[in-house]
Design a protein around this ligand. Structure first.
Ligand SMILES: [Zn+2]
Length: 143
């Protein structure tokens, strides 16, 4: 199996872990990184797993949904009140869990489908690494 990687860096967005017993419960931001590992069983006519020049749909999705957004866990009890009182201050994005691990798993579900569609099922995403900062990251790799 051949693979290749594409990285997106310095994507500012915020999140919080409402169940955390420390400072992660506070809304805070990072300049996130996302590294996608693509795989295929057969390359395209150029010998590419994916054509790096034809991945704009991924960057567009990131810009529209994550860039300068505030991510909320779907079960965060404060989200509704925050958005009701100051919704114009947030570009909110809600997902099951906005931890590094949760973002990796969530984005895999979205991006893998997009890549499969764009490549007519020739290529897929075998791993997504989410980088929170220079010290912390997590990855999702489906079984
Ligand atoms: Zn954080």
């Amino acid at each position: 199996m051949l693979t290749c990687k594409k990285s997106y860096r310095d994507i500012p967005f915020a999140h919080r872990q409402h169940l955390h017993d420390g400072h992660c419960a506070l809304i805070h931001g990072h300049n996130w990184g996302i590294t996608l590992t693509f795989a295929c069983s057969e390359t395209d006519a150029n010998g590419f797993v994916v054509d790096f020049g034809k991945l704009k749909y991924l960057k567009t999705w990131i810009d529209e949904h994550l860039d300068h957004a505030c991510l909320f866990n779907a079960d965060d009890p404060e989200t509704e009140a925050l958005l009701a009182s100051a919704g114009h201050l947030f570009k909110a994005y809600t997902l099951p869990n906005c931890s590094c691990e949760g973002v990796a798993q969530h984005l895999h579900g979205i991006f893998d489908n997009m890549v499969r569609t764009e490549t007519s099922d020739r290529a897929w995403i075998t791993e997504i690494e989410i980088i929170e900062d220079s010290k912390n990251s997590a990855a999702y790799r489906p079984d």
